[in-house]
Write a protein that binds this ligand. Structure first.
Ligand code: HEC
Length: 158
């Protein structure tokens, strides 16, 4: 404790001084806890975000699969394996088409064909979010998609 300057003695009882010292010490402890905790939290943050992204992805896949079964499978086949419309579960289709292209076709449809515009904005029944969920679902087929070079005829995988 630093030497007090000499002068008129202030009224500062010893118990008050001790109590102030205690408050100061606890303040210091809490400050150190915060200083240590913040970087630790920052370290964990990216993995928390990755977990959130993965869980969002899973929920989109599941909703997309259900949407596909309800709205698309009648023409494109169960799980996109073909029928009267192009086979979407085709390596050739999925690897040459971007998410954006798929979303645009589903949104606006293909004129002169039975592929209608699905977006609410174009008289369809799906929201933009649901179309994104469909795209997410179709993307999950890509790693195991069979080779179907003539996917546009709705051909089945051999
Ligand atoms: C009534 C039948 C029918 C339904 C239902 C249908 N489609 Fe289609 N779809 C078609 C036909 C036919 C084409 C091919 C259009 C063309 O290019 O001549 C097509 C094309 C597509 C294409 C482009 C494929 C390519 O190779 O160019 C995508 C992607 C697609 N549909 C996705 C969907 C999704 C997702 C749904 C459900 C929301 C859906 N379709 C529902 C008939 C249908």
């Amino acid at each position: 404790m630093a030497e007090k300057p000499s002068g008129p003695k202030l009224h500062e009882p010893e118990w008050l001084q001790r109590s102030l010292d205690r408050y100061l010490a606890w303040g210091l402890v809490f400050m150190i806890v915060l200083i240590v905790a913040f970087p630790l939290y920052r370290l964990r943050e990216p993995s928390l975000r990755a977990d959130a992204k993965a869980s969002q992805q899973r929920s989109y896949e599941k909703t997309g699969r259900d949407l596909f079964a309800t709205n698309c499978a009648s023409c494109h086949g169960t799980q996109g394996t073909g029928g009267t419309a192009p086979t979407l579960n085709s390596k050739q289709f999925l690897t040459t088409t971007t998410d954006n292209q798929i979303a645009l076709i589903v949104t606006g449809g293909v004129s002169g064909s039975s592929m209608s515009a699905w977006s609410l904005d174009y008289g369809g029944s799906l929201t933009d979010e649901q179309i994104r969920q469909l795209v997410t679902y179709l993307r999950t087929l890509e790693p195991n998609a069979p080779s179907v070079p003539d996917w546009r005829t709705g051909a089945k995988a051999p």
